[in-house]
Design a protein around this ligand. Structure first.
Ligand code: CUA
Length: 492
């Protein structure tokens, strides 16, 4: 390595002297004899560029957009391949053409004559027309499949503006699934419209839907902001999107705070999530597996730690998963002392932001902006929306069925590497519907979970004072943390 560094230094020195010569000389001819020095600089640059290129190549990486695992991502890949070829041809023609012409037409040092001015030309009309028209034609040719591709990617199974959904009223899934994706600083929430009544609830049947501040809105207004009322019979989960493999899932994307971008590269391209707007998108995975993604729009402190995890299950596994998710969380028995202690701690410390729907939640009156919260019975939540989500923190009703937590930056189970998207989906599924498999290969990552609960902002930059992220809990003892984790482990 040291030899290389020395070589580079020599090259830099040579370049310096070359540059010095350039500044000293006034004509191109004097520089030409210095070509060898320039060439070794080129070599160094070329080796550096190649090293960068090669280090960017890796097979079977979760964020590799060139390894599509679903029809949408495949369509993008198919569009990209010929464009790469065209790009490569244009690159070679322009770069090597320029270099070739410069070499061919240079003045040889022995032929150089200070008084011999080059032939004065004022452009070549045919050439200029040519290199104006050729790129225009090329861009037009590329734009046609690109625009058609964009339109095709926009297509969804159902019309979200009309509140369409394909599930049965009794909750059984009979067709395509609609999922609302809500970007938040710095995690993702997923709301499944299970009962096919759309995402907007008309609480008293007067055609108005309600937000947490008691504001109404038109049911057909697809641009209704995020503070919509939620059905208590729909499903709200966080961090990990679970979908059936081989089916197109329609997504409605929006954001609670700032613009984020939803991107699971192996399943589809990027789509921005914008507060107050709903963008449609869809996902389809050919095979069961885990597909990871990343927020790709800079969104503040922990943008870099706003990851996505998507698990595709076979149809049967998915239906069983859904059944399980729709069930309530179990209220622990007092005889199970550790879990009971954790449950009490959770109620006291966590329930003001997180929701665990164990059947004790009920709707309260809408909160009116500027007014004090009404006194509510214990177990009553403060507004419609909060029955399923507090709006600021993940719903943890079936926490233990997920394989990731903390915005999908940590693996929830020992035995599953968060960066490994080749987990055994069958085993994952087993742990989601059984008892969390506490003694098997997949044990709850208790140490990491405890560290997270004790001081989350220490591990992921957040602003809990502004309801952006989770505060630290310095008052919780080691034993308290053990009890909390024991309770969380029961949420399967
Ligand atoms: Cu969310 Cu970047």
């Amino acid at each position: 390595m040291s030899t290389n560094v020395n070589d580079t230094n020599v090259t830099i020195d040579q370049t310096r002297s070359t540059l010095h010569s350039v500044s000293m000389s006034t004509t191109l001819g004097k520089v030409m004899p210095r070509i060898p020095a320039l060439m070794s600089l080129k070599k160094t640059a070329l080796v550096g560029a190649l090293a960068l290129l090669v280090s960017a190549c890796a097979e079977d990486k979760p964020l590799n957009t060139f390894e599509p695992r679903g029809p949408r991502a495949e369509a993008i890949d198919k569009l990209m391949q010929p464009i790469w070829v065209i790009m490569a041809i244009v690159f070679v023609l322009v770069v090597f053409g320029t270099i070739g012409l410069a070499m061919k037409n240079r003045v040889k040092p022995e032929d150089y004559d200070e008084d011999d001015l080059p032939e004065q030309v004022h452009g070549n009309f045919k050439l200029e027309i040519g290199w104006t028209i050729a790129p225009a034609v090329l861009l037009a040719a590329i734009s046609i499949p690109t625009v058609v591709g964009i339109w095709e990617l926009e297509e969804t199974n159902s019309d979200p503006a009309a509140g369409e959904c394909r599930a049965n009223a009794d909750g059984a899934r009979s067709g395509e699934l609609d999922v609302m994706v809500i970007g938040q600083q710095w995690w993702w929430e997923y709301r499944y419209d299970i009962d096919c009544d759309g995402f907007f609830e008309d609480v008293d049947g007067d055609g108005e839907i309600y937000g947490p501040n008691g504001a109404g809105g038109d049911l057909d207004d697809a641009e209704w902001p995020l503070n919509i009322a939620l059905d208590d019979d729909d499903l709200v989960i966080a961090n990990q999107l679970v979908i059936p493999a081989g089916e197109q899932i329609d997504l409605e994307l929006t954001s609670r705070d700032v613009i984020h971008s939803f991107w699971i590269p192996r399943l589809n391209g990027k789509r921005d999530t914008v507060p107050g707007r709903i963008h449609t998108w869809s996902l389809e995975a050919d095979e069961p597996g885990e597909y990871t993604g990343w927020c790709t729009e800079y969104c503040g402190l922990s943008h870099a730690r706003m990851r996505m995890s998507s698990v595709a299950l076979s149809g049967e596994e998915f239906d069983a998963w859904l059944d399980n998710q729709l069930g309530l969380a179990e209220v622990p028995s007092e005889s199970d002392e550790e879990v009971w202690a954790g449950y009490q701690l959770f109620q006291a410390n966590c329930m003001s932001c997180h929701v665990v729907n164990d059947g004790n939640l009920s709707y309260g009156p809408p909160v009116v902006e500027g007014e004090e919260l009404p006194d509510l019975e214990p177990g009553t939540v403060k507004d419609f929306e909060s029955a399923l989500t507090a709006g600021a923190a993940p719903n943890l009703t079936h926490f233990a069925t997920r394989t990731v937590f903390a915005g999908a930056i940590y693996s929830q189970y020992a035995g599953i590497d968060a960066d490994d998207d080749n987990i055994d989906v069958g085993e994952y599924f087993e742990l989601s519907v059984d008892d969390g498999n506490p003694d098997g290969d997949y044990r709850l990552n208790a140490a990491i979970l405890k560290r997270w609960i004790a001081n989350a902002p220490d591990q992921k930059a957040m602003a809990p004072e502004d309801l952006r992220g989770m505060p630290a809990f310095p008052a919780l003892s080691e034993e308290d943390l053990d009890h909390l984790v024991a309770y969380l482990a029961t949420l399967d």
